[in-house]
Design a protein around this ligand. Sequence first.
Ligand SMILES: [Zn+2]
Length: 460
Amino acid sequence: MSHPYPAPPLLITGAAPYGEEPADIAIAGGVILTVGADARAAAERAARESDIALVETDGGGLVALPGLVDLHTHLREPGREDAETVETGSAAAALGGFTAVFAMPNTHPTTDTAGVVEQVYRLGADVGLVDVQPIGAVTVGRQGQQLAELGAMNASAAGVTVFSDDGDCVADPLLMRRALEYVKAFGGVIAQHAQEPRLTVGAQMHEGDVSAVLGLAGWPAVAEEAIIARDCLLADHVGSRLHVCHLSTAGSVAVVAAAKARGTAVTAEVTPHHLLLTDELARSYDAVYKVNPPLRTEADVQVLRQAVADGVIDIVATDHAPHAAEDKDCEWDSASPGMLGLQTALSIVIDSLLVTGLLDWRGVARVLSEKPAEIGGRADHGRPIAAGEPANLVFVDPYARWTVRGAELASLSRNTPFEGMELPGVVRHTLLRGRFTVRDGVVTGSQDATNSTAQQGVSA
Ligand SMILES: [Zn+2]
């Protein structure tokens, strides 16, 4: 987005970085000037020097974190603008506290060329609410037959370093090996949707006691674990980086832990819904609970939570997957898998990991901002809250609670599995490069864009 006016200098008073001691934060020119006792003087000096009035915001009672970064978002544009657009997805992200999202390539057309990744990248920049970083497809059309132009996507204006056929597994081991070899040249990473297709033909939900009772075809844990094990060995063999998308089973945690102990360059993510929900919900036959990989068991949920605390799982990523009503409000068998995630992710992490004592706020910043930025190669995000760093920040009220209402979320779709749930943690402000993208819970756009007024689904 081009801004005709420079951002005003900001002074945010009394917020607590990482939930620790409250401190004033001075911001100007897109960067943090200073944090602490001399912030007011620094902000006033910046206002005098720029001749732009200082904007002061009371941050009392709020926790300041580096802006959240989602390594796994589906924005649906191009091709399914009825389910989500870059603009509506960006608004949902900003309201959720995100300053950067990585957009998965299962769009129409697929983001498998330099031209299409640049198109998505520019759409994101035009909206200007979050940095939209396209992920490139590993194979042409995500068909799993031949490698896409990985080098050209990396060399494009979008600077792609993360590649994935997400939604489908790169099942052919030789293609997976070639992809790992290719991205090694520029420090890229293959983000694998780990699902052995032969073991999951027709799968509708987690294979276990509940699927047996319901008579729905099962998606066995081993179908995920076998691919992760294979890919860790391939990454070792090639000396390249592997990232495991939406890891969902206790067995997968064991495989990743063993690989890390051996020195494999593997990182792993878990979704918020896999940290909270279980396959028992399928008993409702409500397709809002249909997701891929499927919701697992309570025992898996507990292991996944502990693995985030232990660092075996590096990050939480939303797998935000909007679907139009016609694809979701139907019979379980014919419904598309996927759930919304951007506006609820932080609250679910607070609920499942912070309130339970498994993570402190530093840990929340690590798994929702610092590590995803690092894995995705975005050095301008996930930075410390400190002088000289980019002013990408989120301010959250840790004690406020809100009730999720799908109809009030900024996404074009309504498929939230958290409908009606009361959750802790409300995002008050989000700043991208020193500008409010969300102020007092409302999308601001910027000084020159006043068209977007989407509100967070807060009914508390
Ligand atoms: Zn996936």
